[in-house]
Design a protein around this ligand. Sequence first.
Ligand code: GLA
Length: 379
Amino acid sequence: MPIEKADLVAHFTRRFGEPPRWVVRAPGRVNLIGEHTDYNDGFVLPMAIDRAVWIALRPRNDRTVAVYSADYDETSEFSLDTLQRGKAGWVEYLKGTAWSLQQGGHRLVGWEGVLAGDVPLGAGLSSSAAVEMATARALAVAGLLDWKPAAMAKLGQRAENQWVGVNCGIMDQLISAAGRADHALLIDCRSLALTPVPLPSGVAVVVLDTSTRRGLIDSAYNERRGQCEAAARQFGVPALRDVTFAEFQRSAKSLDEVTRRRARHVITENERTVRAAEVMRRGDAAELGRLMAESHRSLRDDYEVSSKALDVMVECATAHEGCLGARMTGAGFGGCAMALVRAEAAQDFAAKTATAYERKTGNKPAVYVCRATNGAEVV
Ligand code: GLA
């Protein structure tokens, strides 16, 4: 069952004997297209989904943050004055975010509350960005800070990069901070310009969780980043964002085989993403689906970040007549794929794709139709 505000209010009231002062939520995301382009200063087209991390809270008059995690049935607290890295665990995302906001010059105040989420962990739906942005939203409302989504997303990314130690790009935090109901956001990851793009009518976005979890993700991710930077150096530009496909074709010969394929993915993916936003604006769902299918092939063959389970899921999804296109979403190596499906076929699609996938892999997937929601907000 998805979490709702009333659940958080009830939980908080049981623990603290009064209702919370505020309830905030920050969503997970599914990326429609534009994968592994954010750290190349490129374009992404994610939407915030109706799976989120929630915090119910009230202010304290000291500098302590004390949080009960309903998912882990555990309370953790820390002082805003003596932030220190502890051993890996959920509270590190909160501490890292508080640290980053203070580094960014924000004056924070203490609070206490209850945290609960329904973004599946490690599935490629950005559960950690959702925790960071929910924490930032809570810190902002308690400390009377202005909520500037792009600035807060950058601070969330800094928490992830420098406190948690994962070298991610800006996409996940930014869509969690700035998402817009019923829209995807075309994000220019260089300028951080955000353009809301309405979802075409008559289609549903379906998340297809393979129930496999990614292994070795960080090392493979960092290796891809390194290969992209090397390619950009060879082209003599700051980032692969600056190379057109025509330029790539002219000088690709000078790149080694692997670097060439990595660069080809990023360069073609950027072009597909900009085009996807154009066709969405025209309501051309069929063309959007076609671009998604191409994106998957490019991630599978050129960027090599798919997995057997993701490929099987995409094949099962594509075999359904209601499916317009399917692809892996997020960093890859496991976790989720997504599909664009004709709305009237969505329930039949979900059931048949789940059955087909389970028959082929022996793994029980989780499949759900999702809605595009607002980004982090006080509700
Ligand atoms: C992860 C990272 C993002 C992005 C995607 C791949 O989700 O956190 O910054 O690089 O992988 O598109």
